[in-house]
Design a protein around this ligand. Sequence first.
Ligand SMILES: Nc1ncnc2c1ncn2[C@@H]1O[C@H](COP(=O)(O)OP(=O)(O)OP(=O)(O)O)[C@@H](O)[C@H]1O
Length: 684
Amino acid sequence: MAVKKGTLSIDSENIFPIIKKWVYSDHDIFVRELVSNGCDAITKLKKLDMMGEYELPEDYKPKIEVIVNPEEKTMKFIDNGLGMTAEEVEEYITQIAFSGATQFLEKYKDKTTDDEMIGHFGLGFYSAFMVADEVQIDTLSYKEGAKPVHWASQGGTEYEMQEGNKTTVGSEITLFLNEDSLEFANEYRAREVLERYCSFMPTEIFLSKANAEPEYDTIDEDDVLDTDTVVEHITEEPKEGEEGEPKKKAKIVRRPVSISDTHPLWTKNPSECTKDDYIDFYRKVFMDYKEPLFWIHLNMDYPFNLKGILYFPKINTEYDSIEGKIKLYNNQVFIADNIKEVIPEFLMVLKGVIDCPDLPLNVSRSALQNDGFVNKVADYISKKVADKLNGMFKTDRENYEKYWDDISPFIKFGCLKDEKFGEKMKNSMLYKNLDHKYMTLEDIIKEAKGEEADAAKTEETKAEETKTDAEESKDADAKEEEKTRIFYVTDEVQQSQYINMFKAQGQDAIILTHNIDSAFITYLEQKHQEVQFLRIDADVHDSLKDEVAEDEKEEFQKITDSLVEIFRKELGNEKLDVKVEKLKDENVASMAVLSEENRRMQEMMKMYGMGGMDASMFGSQATLVLNANHPLVQFLVANKDSKNVSIICKQLYDLAMLAHKPLSPEEMTAFVKRSNDIMMLLTK
Ligand SMILES: Nc1ncnc2c1ncn2[C@@H]1O[C@H](COP(=O)(O)OP(=O)(O)OP(=O)(O)O)[C@@H](O)[C@H]1O
C-alpha cells in the first residue's frame, strides 16, 4: 500500500460532547478508554465467531497487554480483538466521533441479543492525545486477506497511514508520552491507574515493563501447567538429618497475573454467592478490614439493566467519618466514585459497586442531573434499599435491632432527603426507650397516650361531676388539639436525674442521641401532627408531681411567692424563673426545666454561630423547679432568716443546673468552694 496522507475530519455534530469530556475528565482516563477499546474489539471478535463469520483459533485466550517503556517514554496497549482494515481505520479513527460500535451494533443488532459494547461515542481513542505527542496504531483485521495497517498522528489534524507489519490479528496502540505525562511510563503508576479503572473489565489485562528482567518462581514439579515456561528442573535432596525422598521442583517464568477480575461478584447470581464471597469482595474493593453489617445484591434486567452490591458498613462512633464510597461501573468499566447524580445522596454513606450499562455516562454531569432515566435509576436503588430494610424489619427483627444504632443515622438522613424513601421506611423506624428496648413510633404513641390518660384520669374523675355542658364541649375541642407528648433523651449521662425520675414513676422516653436527631425530630413532627416531642428536661411531666388540692391552693401560692422572692434575692437575679411543685420523687429538691421551644431556638442560634447573642432575647433561660415536698425547701420557707439560706439557695440552684447542662468554669469553681463550705459546717 502506498503512503497515503490526509486530513482528520471532524463530525461537527459530536464535537460538543468531546469538548465537555476534555474539560470534565481526569487525564488518566485515557487508560480506561484504550483498554476498553481493546475489550470491545475482543467482544466483537468473539461475537463474529459465535455467528460463524470467523473462527477463533483453538487456543485463543482473549487478553490485553499493557507495556510501559520508561526509556523510550512509551506506553503500549495490545489486544487480540478483531483489528481494523485500512478503510476501517480511516472511518472509525480519522473521523472523530464516528463510533464503530454504533455501526457494528446496527449491523448485527438482530443477530446478537445483548449489547455488551463499552464504547458508543467515538471519542475515547482521542483521549490518548491528552498525554501523548504522537500515537501510532498497528493493526491487522480478522478479515480474510486483510493487510496490516500502520497509522500515526501527532495530535494535530494530520495523520499518516501505510501498510504495517503486524502479523497477528488485533491492534497495538503506541503512545509516545509527552513531557508532562511521563509518569505513565512508570510501571507502578500505570498499575495504579489500571487498578483504578480496569479492575473488573471483562478481559484479562496484563501489565509489564519492556525489557524487564524475567522473574522466576520455584514450584513443585507436579504443579507445573502446560502454559508454564520451565527454565530448570531441580531435585532437592532432604536436608541433613531429615528423612524422605528428594523433592522434584521446577523453576518457571513467573506466571503473569491479570489486573482484572473478569467475573466480579456483582455479575453473579445472588444465589451463587456465599457470605464469605461478599465479605472478601468488600475487603478487596474497599480495603476495609471491618466486616460490613449486611448487604444488598442488586440485580435488575428490566426496564433497565443494573447490577451491583451495596454494603452497610459498621460505623463505630459518631465521630467516624460516615462517608462511604459507591463505585459506578459501565459494563465492568470503572466510571467514577460517588456520582451523586445517579446515586441518591443519602446512600453515599454506604459502600458498594453499581454497574449500569444503560447510563449515559459520557455526557457532562450537569446533564445527568436532569436526566429522567438517571432519576429512575436513583429511585430504583433507594427503593431496593428500603425493601431490604423493611424485609429485615419484618423477618429478621433481631438482627435489625442489633444493627439499628449503626444504620439509623443513615436511614434518618435518607428520610430527610428522600420523600419516597421516608414514606417506605416509616413503619420500620425504631426508637430505643429508657430500658434500651426498640419500639416503633406506633408503640410509643400508644404507650405515651396510655400514660397521659392515666395521669389525667384521677383529676378528671374529681372534676367530672361539677361540669356544665358548655365546659364539656370545650374540653372536647381542646382534646382534639391536644398532642401526644413524647419525651426524649439526648444525653443519657447528663440527663440521668430526669431519667431516674421518669423511671421511678414508670414513665418512658426515647433515646435520640445522634446529631441528626434534632432535624429528624422536626421531620417527625411534620409527618405526625398529632405528636409533640419534648426533651426530658423540657417540662415536669404530670405523672411526676402531685396536684395541689383545691383547699391548699391559697397556702401553696403564698409558699411559692415567698420562695420566688428568696431565690431571686439570694441569686441576685430579679428575672429568675422559679416554679414550685409537689414532686413525687422525694430525693429531688430542685431541678431545672427549659421549654422545648426555647431550647430549640437556642440550639439553632448556636448552630448559626449566634452563640454570643443574648439568649433571653429569644426566650427565658431555664426555670428552676423546687420540690415543695422536700425538707430543704420546707426549711427555707420556715426559716427565712437563717444565716444558711443563701448557701442553700445557691447550692440548690447549682445542683439543678448541673443535671441540666454543664456549668461554666466560674460556676463550677464557686460550686466546689461552696460544697466544701457546706462540709465544713458538718465539722462544727
Ligand atoms: N483496539 C481497537 N481495535 C479495533 N477497533 C478499534 C480499536 N480502538 C478503536 N477502534 C475503533 O475505533 C472506533 C472509535 O473508537 P473510540 O475509542 O474513539 O470510540 P468508541 O470506543 O466507539 O466510543 P467511546 O468514546 O465511548 O470510547 C471504535 O468504535 C472502534 O470501531
